[in-house]
Design a protein around this ligand. Structure first.
Ligand code: C2O
Ligand code: CU
Length: 459
């Protein structure tokens, strides 16, 4: 027996259609949240200077904070309102290859007026970031980056959870971003270094209690500068690198952050009431506070700092069956490189510099046609990286984290970017987990633009 409802549906039919509606993915009809790459203005310098024209997501620098619980889907429709093409790369997040945001490899660059919808479920909790991956040495320097935080199901117990985004700006006297993005001297040396190191801490907390516990998420978004950071009046442990928990939290000694690297710390305020607790940056002309908290009031002291809950990311057990691939890094000023191959042509270093190129991996400058390695899913790989140059490099693998194989045979923490000093040899290993074309490049973005790029093919 069927009853008729006023709108003409049978009761049965009505129940069926509402049940179906419940099965549609949430938001299938709702409009997709957008992320608009566009021009904007921000206040970087003191009031007597003009504002700084930038390129930013939603016109801000950093772009809007994207924050979601672990296991939840992230969806953003990128709208490009810039005068040039762009894309978004989700740095450190294990995404399907088509969501990796690499123009010419995983998608076409999004043209002016165009859009692209990014959607994925980050498997790992932690501190990540997103940035343009099109002409990134210029676009990231102009401000096209933002923070992505994936919250643990059970986050650690802290009083303040603060993100500190560290950037290095090259500004003119008028407060504008200097548009010299392609100076041969920068590419062939330590990259395009700025003249104004600036940190944005959010949420903005100005005062903390003595013994308050803080989680600090430091992110180096600078295109090329290595930051050296220390803490004053704050004591605690490093709990994660590049978003991935340390199984055993470790004491921060000297803290160096290469471009793209992140570190999460959990610290207690040890400065006395009336004093300041500081995050300081060590620069050539001194030590500067980049974040300051005045201490007022006092909490009871908490106990030991626990490790973060671990992520599902695979950790290495052994590399005895791993395939070993060499990666020789060459080029730059004061390097031994005399010639190399660029787009299939043999060139001298002088000819390369004229083309804006300066660095090679295994004798090839820029993206090679053939991958550094082809692997099948599940295979364990080792890359022995020999830095045969006179500069430091921040080697970044897309798609998943790796671990360093240490001299005693143990494995270092999971990382997505490894800072290598000049003349160092370091070996990384990982189990190829996700099919696709994945970049491996120096995250000193001037070096990447000037040739330090290769890729892996996982099938
Ligand atoms: Cu942070 Cu290839 O990128
Ligand atoms: Cu480099």
């Amino acid at each position: 027996m069927t009853e008729h409802t006023p709108n003409g549906f049978t009761r049965r039919g009505f129940l069926t259609s509402s049940a179906m509606a419940a099965l549609l993915p949430v938001g299938a009809n709702a409009s997709v949240p957008t992320l608009t790459a566009r021009l904007g203005q921000i206040r970087l310098l003191p009031d007597e200077y003009p504002e700084t024209p930038i390129w930013g997501f939603d016109g801000q620098v950093p772009g809007p904070l994207i924050r979601l619980p672990q296991g939840q889907r992230m969806t953003r429709k990128l709208l490009n309102q810039l005068p040039t093409p762009t894309s978004v790369h989700w740095h450190g997040v294990r995404v399907p290859n088509v969501m990796d945001g690499v123009p010419g490899m995983t998608q076409d660059a999004v043209q002016t007026g165009g859009d692209f919808t990014y959607t994925f479920t980050p498997p790992d909790a932690g501190t990540f970031w997103y940035h343009s991956h099109h002409q990134s040495s210029e676009q990231v320097a102009r401000g096209l980056y933002g923070v992505l935080i994936v919250d643990e199901t059970e986050p650690p117990d802290v009083d303040h959870d603060l993100t500190v985004v560290l950037d290095d700006w090259r500004l003119t006297q008028e407060g504008a971003i200097s548009d010299d993005f392609d100076r041969p001297h920068d590419w062939t040396h330590a990259g395009r270094l700025g003249n104004f190191i600036h940190a944005v801490t959010s949420p903005q907390v100005t005062s903390v209690a003595r013994n308050a516990r803080l989680r600090l998420r430091l992110i180096n978004v600078a295109t090329d500068r290595i930051m050296e950071i220390s803490l004053i009046g704050l004591e605690g442990k490093i709990v994660a690198f590049d978003g991935m928990p340390l199984l055993k939290p470790q004491k921060p000694e000297r803290l160096f952050l290469g471009p793209a690297q992140r570190v999460d710390l959990i610290v207690d305020v040890t400065a006395d009431e009336g004093e300041d607790a500081l995050i300081a940056s060590h620069e050539r002309d001194g030590v500067f506070a980049i974040a300051e908290f005045s201490v007022s009031g006092s909490n009871t002291r908490r106990g030991i700092i626990p490790a973060l809950p671990d992520n599902p990311h695979h950790r290495l057990a052994s590399v005895t069956d791993a395939r070993k691939v060499p990666l020789r890094m060459e080029g730059g000023a004061m390097g031994g490189l005399r010639d190399a191959t660029f787009k299939g042509q043999h060139l001298s270093i002088q000819e390369m510099v004229q083309l804006g190129q300066a660095w090679a991996f295994n004798g090839v400058v820029g993206m090679p046609d053939d991958p550094l390695l082809s692997a099948s899913t599940g295979e364990t790989l080792m890359i022995e990286m020999v830095n045969d140059t006179a500069f430091a490099h921040a080697m970044h693998l897309h798609g998943q984290h790796f671990q360093e194989v240490l001299d005693d045979g143990s494995f270092g923490p999971l990382r997505d970017t490894l800072l290598m000093a000049r003349a160092e040899t370091r070996t990384i290993a990982f189990r190829a987990d996700t099919p696709g074309k994945w970049l491996l490049h120096c995250h000193m973005l001037s070096h990447a633009a000037a040739g330090m790029r290769t890729w892996l093919h996982v099938t």
